[in-house]
Design a protein around this ligand. Structure first.
Ligand code: ADP
Ligand code: MG
Length: 875
């Protein structure tokens, strides 16, 4: 048991070195020997199992039954065709499902967490899977523990171990040996950290003692079976719609059957017709189609640096109308450089630092010592703010030396975004020194003195206001301002509570963090498309407003507010002012939750970004929680709906764009599928009501269903992005799928297709009075081809098909061509035409049916033209 062993025993046993870590050679030897550090996933479903799942469906049972009945009655060709349809359906379903599965799998791979390890004497970031036993692992707040560790150094480390012990209160960790004879429970092994638990506070370093399946979690995990399907709201709605439709169709089928009983039709024929109609009209392919379109969309988004963690997010993204964004790193580059400093009552450029002036020396040295980042030529890790400070140290030859014995860190209070301060206790000569750095407004509250002209003098109100003035003048130039203070003590034994008090103020530094390229453009785009942008930052109000102004987020100071001020506003004030507030400064995580709530209360669909441990609640409260992929903690990523791999604001806007397009595409497919189904129902039902002979044989229906429901519907689902999508206002999520134009499209086209099919048949019987088959064939062709043509018009609800570009969706063109070819093969190849009981149409017939089939397309285009005219007249 590792917890019983001392640190020396552990390092000896794993042949490692706490200061330098393993060498990369040794690590690659070990990874070959022990394997990757990951939990073994559950076995994939076999093809056979997937196939069985496809076939396991009521409609399929009905079809198989129909085939058996047909065969029993001697209708062998019908039976064969029905079985072919069953098999093809299963195969298409299988391909769709496995494609969706693959897409989701590759998503999982992307979310493998990273870990900080020491290798070859340097701290580097590697993928957790590459950790081997003996690695020295660095933990900090917000990180998942990547493997089992024996801790060798802790700084107020707290770990939440509920994944393992069920206990959700984080437990304190320390490094002392535990000298127990009896075995103790995992929760009591305070000098250990276990894989999959979560560091919530402080820092720690540990030796990897077990990886992968050898870890404690590995022993109990048969890999948490996450098999539950995560359906999106749309998918759920469609499921209901499908059920309702199924119900309606069955009623219609029964009605048809009864009517034909009264009309004394051939019962077997009617039985097959009813079944075929049910099969054709129930959109059984819909859920798979939606999944596949979503999955393809998710794949496209990865290419644009957005990882969707929860499928429903894609739909919601399309209706986002407020994007709340962190400033640092998301709107800005997070590449900080110290440009100014203030010390000894003078504000100056950083190049004016003179180490001979003791106050300047204190400023640089303390900023470097009270610092968690690491800096070497080849590798920089940590918070960019702190890296900038180390860079400043390197510039003035003040090196970070807290890892040396001389200035080693003895204790610390980690940075947190509520206090906006961090404190370290370092050895300093034969004394000790407490250094606190952070936000100047908070720091001056805990300072007693200020360092001026080589000595500490009382920090009077006047001197404080000098400091604040200097800070303001830096932040008005959009600089990020950081202050530092210290005190000297004799013994490291000091209560944590009394560390941050009675300090001596040293000075300020100001650093620039330029806006990211493209962000201004994205913000413009948001404005045009009815999306509001709100800046949320822990930074100084003036700094925030200066940058917001530069980016076009805000133009008047009244649009900026402090987090604490906002918290004090009354309900009514919030209601009145929230629409006008664009910059929230000095925000702490719980303010963020309130901001999101206030925005949501006004009916907005809100996206909120976050990176820290404490950001999880606001990410969960937002409609779309967005976590930073680079600087974000594992906790924030775990709570988010979407992770940005480049931490870039523009990526959020890009994702919204994709979300809108994907939703539109799904809607197009559904409108297409349903209008076709309505057409089929109308045609068959009306024919019976009118007392006509059978206008379509059952297998015709099945066939039409096969060539229209599969390829064209999918092709519509992956329609290329509409370049003008951001000229539209966000979609109101409370409105249904078929509200507005979509509903009209649906009904009008359903009726058109049905009536045209009837017309083709009617004219056929007039032309060829003695040949029912001839008329049926004409109806058959019109039904399938009119659906195929009509897809071209459905691609945009306003633009003409030429504006959209007839050939811009090559899949759709392919689907139409394949459909028409298959349709003509069935009719012209003698063997097939006898199986399908169709007539070889004459050239004139073809011209006639093709012309009829073009009608829905033309009608739609004319309606759109009229619409565009009327809009332009109004405008
Ligand atoms: P944001 O990411 O929105 O800029 P942060 O919470 O990172 O906000 O920073 C808020 C404030 O906290 C900064 O203005 C700065 O004063 C202080 N601060 C930031 N990082 C550190 C740090 N590493 N150590 C001490 N103080 C910090
Ligand atoms: Mg930050």
């Amino acid at each position: 048991m590792w917890y019983k062993k001392s640190i020396e025993e552990i390092t000896k046993e794993f042949a490692t070195d706490v200061i330098n870590g393993l060498t990369s050679e040794e690590a690659s030897v070990r990874i070959k020997k022990y394997g990757e550090n990951k939990l073994i996933e559950k076995k994939k479903k076999s093809i056979l199992k997937l196939l069985l799942e496809q076939v396991n469906d009521v409609l399929i049972y009905i079809l198989v039954a129909a085939a058996v009945v047909s065969a029993a009655l001697g209708e062998i060709s019908d039976a064969i065709i029905i079985m072919v349809v069953v098999v093809l359906n299963a195969v298409i379903g299988l391909i769709q499902e496995s494609k969706a599965e693959k897409a989701l799998d590759s998503l999982k791979k992307l979310s493998v967490p990273k870990a900080l390890v020491k290798r070859n004497g340097e701290v580097i970031e590697i993928s957790s899977e590459n950790i081997v036993v003996g690695d020295i692992i660095i933990l900090d707040a917000g990180k998942y523990v990547p493997c089992d560790l024996r801790l060798v150094e802790t700084g107020n480390l707290k770990i939440e171990e509920s994944a393992l012990t069920g206990e959700s209160v984080p437990s304190d960790k320390y490094v002392e040996d535990i000298l127990e004879d009896q075995d103790i429970a995992l929760g009591d092994q305070k000098n250990m950290a276990f894989m999959s638990t979560l560091a919530t506070y402080g820092r720690g370093i540990g030796v990897a003692v077990a990886t992968g399946m050898n870890t404690e979690i590995g022993k109990i995990a048969k890999m948490l079976d996450n098999d539950e399907k995560n359906l999106t709201p749309l998918q759920r709605k469609l499921g209901q719609l499908g059920k309702m439709l199924g119900f309606v169709v069955i009623i219609i089928c029964v009605l048809m059957f009864i009517t034909s009983l009264i009309q004394k039709r051939d019962l077997f024929e009617m039985f097959l017709t009813a079944i075929s109609l049910a099969v054709a009209a129930i959109p059984e392919g819909l859920p798979a189609m939606v999944t596949i379109v979503l999955a393809v969309g998710v794949q496209r988004m990865i290419g644009k640096n957005a990882i969707i963690r929860k499928l429903p997010a894609i739909e919601t993204l399309g209706s986002v109308n407020i994007i709340c964004s962190d400033k640092t790193g998301t709107l800005t580059q997070n590449k900080m450089t110290v440009t100014k400093f203030y010390a000894d009552n003078i504000l100056n450029n950083i190049s004016a630092v003179d180490l001979k002036n003791n106050i300047h020396k204190e400023l640089v040295e303390n900023m470097v010592l009270c610092n968690d980042a690491t800096y070497s030529e080849s590798s920089k890790t940590g918070d960019p703010t702190e890296i900038a400070l180390l860079e400043m140290g390197v510039k003035f030859n003040v090196f970070k030396s807290d890892e040396n014995k001389e200035h080693s860190r003895v204790n610390e209070i980690p940075f947190d975004s509520d206090r906006k301060l961090m404190t370290t206790l370092n050895k300093y000569g034969n004394k000790y020194r407490i250094i606190t750095k952070g936000a100047v407004d908070n720091l001056i509250k805990i300072c007693e003195n200020i360092y001026l002209k080589g000595e500490a003098v009382p920090f009077t109100e006047e001197l404080k206001s000098n400091v604040l003035n200097a800070a303001n003048s830096m932040s008005n130039e959009a600089l990020r301002v950081l202050s530092v203070a210290f005190k000297v003590i004799d013994s490291p034994k000091i209560q944590i509570d009394s560390m941050e008090s009675g300090l001596t103020f040293v000075g300020l530094v100001g650093m620039i963090d330029p806006p990211r390229e493209n962000v201004k453009k994205s913000i413009d785009e948001c404005k045009k498309s009815g999306i509001g942008v709100v800046m949320i930052t822990g930074d100084h109000k003036n700094t925030a407003f200066a940058i917001a102004k530069e980016l076009g987020i805000a133009d008047h100071e009244s649009q900026a507010i402090l987090g604490a001020e906002f918290d004090k506003l009354s309900e009514k004030d919030i209601h009145d002012r929230i629409d006008n507030l664009k910059v929230f400064a000095r925000v702490s995580p719980e303010h963020k939750v309130n901001i999101v709530k206030a925005l949501k209360k006004k009916g907005n669909i809100v996206s909120m970004t976050g990176d820290g441990v404490n950001d999880a609640p606001s990410l969960k409260t937002a409609d779309i929680g967005v976590a930073m992929g680079i600087t974000g903690t594992d906790v924030a990523k775990g709570a988010a709906d979407m992770v940005l791999t480049d931490d870039n604001f523009s990526t959020i806007v890009e994702a919204v764009k994709q979300g809108r397009n994907i939703y539109n595409n799904i809607r197009k497919s559904i409108v297409f599928l349903l209008s076709c189904n309505i057409g089929e129902i109308i045609a068959l039902f009306m024919a019976i009501v009118l007392g006509w002979p059978t206008i379509l044989r059952p297998i015709h229906l099945l066939w039409v269903n096969l060539i229209t429901d599969s390829l064209p519907a999918l092709a519509l689902g992956v329609d290329p992005d509409d370049p003008d999508i951001m000229k539209e206002k966000p979609r109101d999520p409370r409105k249904g799928l078929f509200s507005g134009k979509s509903g009209v499209f649906l009904v009008v086209n359903g009726i058109l297709i049905g009536v045209l099919t009837l017309a083709a048949f009617y004219i056929g019987t007039k032309l060829y009075a003695n040949s029912l088959i001839h008329a049926q064939t004409m109806a058959f062709v019109v039904l399938s081809v009119s659906q195929l043509f009509y897809t071209l018009s459905i691609r945009h609800h306003e633009k003409s098909m030429f504006e959209v570009g007839i050939f811009s969706n090559k899949y759709l063109i392919g689907a139409i061509v394949v459909g028409i070819i298959m349709q003509s093969i069935v009719i012209t190849v003698p063997f097939l035409s006898s199986v399908f009981k169709v007539f070889k149409l004459t050239i004139n017939d073809w011209i006639f049916v093709l012309a009829l089939s073009l009608v829905p397309l033309l009608v739609n285009e004319i309606i759109k033209l009229a619409y565009r005219k009327s809009v332009r007249n109004i405008a």
